[in-house]
Structures are given as C-alpha cells and as structure tokens.
Design a protein around this ligand. Structure first.
Ligand SMILES: *Cc1c(COP(=O)(O)O)cnc(C)c1O
Length: 428
C-alpha cells in the first residue's frame, strides 16, 4: 500500500503536507515516500522467502541516486539496461556484482565496462550479442557470465507497447531455438560461462496467470539446463502491475479489461512458489514498477481553465515531458487536489503546456473543480515518470523530493535554464 492520504483536508505523503513541499520547492516536483519503497521491497522479500530468491530492482523504472542508494542499503540487486545505469548504480553505492545486464543492443564499451566491474550476469538477447561478448571477454582474458533471455510466447494481456513475450517482439530468443543457442554457446564460445536463464514477458501485468503460464512453459528447459550446464539461476523477470485507478477514476483505457483479481505481491508469490520450490534453483525477480510506482506523486499547479464547446480543460504546469505515460501508452494516473474538495466534481481534461495534442495527463476525467493556483497531485508517478522525462519545449527537468516520516529532502534540484543548455555550443 502507498503512504499518500488526506488528513484534515490536506493531502499528505507519510507525515508531510504536500502543500508545504509545493510551496518550498515549486512545481512540478516528484515526491517519493521512503516508507512505501522500503515496505514494498520487504514485502517481496517476505513473500518469496520460501525460495532462494533475490530481488534485482529494474533501475530504468526510477534511477534517482537517492532511490538507488535506498535500494542498495536494503540489500537489493539491480537489473540494468545500459552502461549508464551501471555507472549510476555504482555511483549511488550499489554493488556491481549484484547487477544483471539486460538489453538488445549492448555496445562494446558497455560490455567492457560491465566486465571490468565484474557484474553478476549478462542477460543476452541474441546469438550475435553472445558472440560479441565472447570476443571481448577473450581479449580481456576473462570469462563472461551469461544467461539468455528466452521468449516464451505468452500473451501478457497488457498494452501492446509494453508486451515483450510474444514472437512479434524484438526481445529475447524464441523458445523453439533456445536449446540450440545454449548448445552453440557451449560448443563455440569458450570465453562465456553459462550461468542462468532469463525471461521477462511484459510490464504492468495485472493478473498472475501469464506469469504462471510462462513459468510452466519454461520449466522443462530450466531443468534440462540445470543438468546440462549446471546453471545457477533462473530469472523470471519483472512486470508485476500496480493499481493506477482507485477511488476517483472514471473511464478506463480501452486495453484495461476488468480484472477482478488484481495481482498483489502475495498472490504473485503464492502462485509461483509451489512451482519453483521443487527446482531448488536460485530465482531472480526484477520488479521495477511495483517497487516504486505507487511510491510517488507528482505535484503540479493548475495555471488556467478553459471551457470549450465540448469540453472543460484544466491547464497545468506539467507536461508530457514530465510524465509521458498517458501520451505514450494510454497510461492512467489519478489526479487529486492537494487541498481536499467536497462535492464540486466536474468532468474535465487535464492538459499540459506542450504544443502537442497528445500532451494530456487525463481526459474526460471526473475531478474536483480546481481553480488556477491550486496544487494537484498526479498519483502513482514513481515508475517510468521522471526516468522518462525530457526537456522538450525547453522545459527544465522537474525537482525530486524524498519523504521520510515527517522529514523531507530534495534528491534532485530543479534544473536551471543554464544547466539545460550547458552542453550546447556554437560551431568553431
Ligand atoms: C523493464 C524491465 C523490467 C522491469 O519491468 P517492470 O514492469 O517495471 O517490473 C524487468 N526486467 C527487464 C529485462 C526489463 O526490461
């Protein structure tokens, strides 16, 4: 559960009034709850305790240094997708030997850096990538630990842009070819050490069945690889969904079918443990969204309102450059006024300042009739929120704040205009 709630008519994060943060730091600002993140990580650990399971936090969901440092302090490993993310983890005090490295287009400098840092394992996505890692490891005189991502052809029932486990996706090696690929590694790539097998079928899965289907489908291959190659781990990926729509919702995106049984950390664990426990192999899980998604809200200020022929618009000071999820994949975020309203709901579009029709945070939304100057909280903004932000329309990056009980700290200063253009220069 998250740590955002109204107290005496004001929205709080833990024991901090969000209005105080908005007044001190300005908007837009992302506000993270330390307690929510720590609790959710502990929930994963406890739920998976019957297994030899390890959490590798998927850094791309939210890569702020303070968040990575918090994960490191709690003993989490990291699932990374670039050399930049590996650098961030190390810079934040994380342990590179607890890093698994995914991604379809790892470059030579990235592979060298990861080998130098002695990462736990490369999760590879093609034979050509394996050959390249084999070549580089040979030059460096080391053995590279590898797993291959198997694509199990399971439909994750999620939005098409975040489905990864069907044969139409660029990710992984087809399940029909995976044994052949492992045999090729063993026969032809002496500088690789086969360490595990990996899969990841998509993101924001709201039901447990696709996870179960994928585990059942890949299980015989894992057993075979344990015998043939003595593999040490099976990574079952991330993708556990969160609840975006609760009390103030109206109108769900079309792809979101009614899911009476929304997945929880407990139901996820309970459905998989009986399948996985008999194997006795180390299990890695790579949650991103589920660890940080509900742990943050973005505060934004209403700037204007406009009543058109067909619609009412509330213009806010945050745009798709700050949170791109609604524009990119019909992402849904609840929007609550920081100062509680009673009984003045209207239906409106909440739109940003960017010159794109796709720049909305909510459409046809039942929402309190907030007035210009009022602060709104866009909920569940912790995952793929700030980490996908840009400066499009020359809008400096937002600030980030971490709340801990009744204290809060800035964990990213608001970008200045000078910083925004600091790397630009005129030609010689
Ligand atoms: C993005 C990603 C994850 C995390 O996905 P979530 O939906 O945020 O849990 C895990 N593993 C891999 C390989 C990924 O690319």
């Amino acid at each position: 559960m998250h740590s955002f709630a109204y107290k005496n008519g004001s929205l709080y994060c833990e024991d901090v009034n969000m209005a105080d943060i908005a007044a001190a730091v300005g908007t837009p600002v992302f506000v993270y709850s330390k307690k929510t993140i720590a609790d959710d990580l502990a929930d994963f650990r406890n739920a998976m305790a019957p297994l030899n399971a390890h959490v590798a936090y998927a850094v791309k969901a939210c890569s702020n240094k303070a968040i990575l440092n918090l994960m490191a302090q709690q003993g989490a490993g990291f699932d990374i997708v670039s050399g930049g993310e590996l650098w961030r983890v190390i810079n934040a005090g994380g342990d590179p030997t607890l890093c698994t490295y995914a991604g379809v287009a790892k470059t030579e400098p990235e592979i060298r850096y990861a080998l130098e840092q002695n990462i736990y394992c490369f999760n590879c996505e093609s034979e050509n990538e394996l050959r390249e890692i084999n070549r580089i490891a040979g030059e460096m005189g080391v053995k590279a630990p590898v797993a291959v991502r198997v694509n199990p052809h399971v439909d994750a029932h999620t939005h098409k842009y975040i489905t990864t486990g069907t044969n139409e996706n660029k990710f992984g090696v087809d399940i029909t070819r995976i044994e052949e690929v492992y045999a090729t590694i063993a026969a032809e790539m002496p500088n690789l050490h086969i360490k595990g097998l990996q899969m990841h079928i998509g993101s924001q899965l709201t039901e447990k069945q696709p996870f179960v289907d994928a585990v059942v489908k890949v299980m015989p291959i894992v057993k075979k690889f344990m015998e043939l190659y003595n593999i040490e781990f099976w990574s079952i990926g991330g993708g556990i969904g969160i609840v975006y729509d609760g009390c103030l919702e109206s109108g769900k995106p079309e792809w979101w079918e009614a899911h009476p049984e929304q997945i929880t950390i407990q139901s996820y664990a309970e459905s998989l443990i009986p399948l996985l426990k008999p194997l006795g192999i180390k299990i890695l899980i790579e949650p991103g969204r589920r660890l940080v998604g509900n742990a943050a809200a973005m505060l934004t200020t209403c700037i204007y309102e406009k009543k058109g022929e067909a619609k009412t618009f509330k213009m806010i000071d945050a745009g798709m450059n700050d949170i791109i999820r609604p524009a990119l994949y019909e992402g849904y975020h609840e929007i609550w006024p920081v100062k509680e309203h009673q009984g003045d709901d209207i239906v409106a579009d909440i739109v940003g300042p960017i010159c794109e029709s796709g720049d909305f945070q909510a459409q046809n939304r039942r929402i309190a009739d907030v007035k210009p100057g009022e602060v709104l909280a866009e909920m569940s903004a912790g995952a793929y929120g700030f980490s996908m932000a840009s400066t499009y329309n020359s809008r400096p990056l937002a600030a980030e704040v971490l709340v801990d009980g009744d204290k809060w700290s800035i964990i990213r200063r608001r970008q200045t205009l000078e910083q925004m253009v600091a790397d630009e220069c005129l030609p010689e």
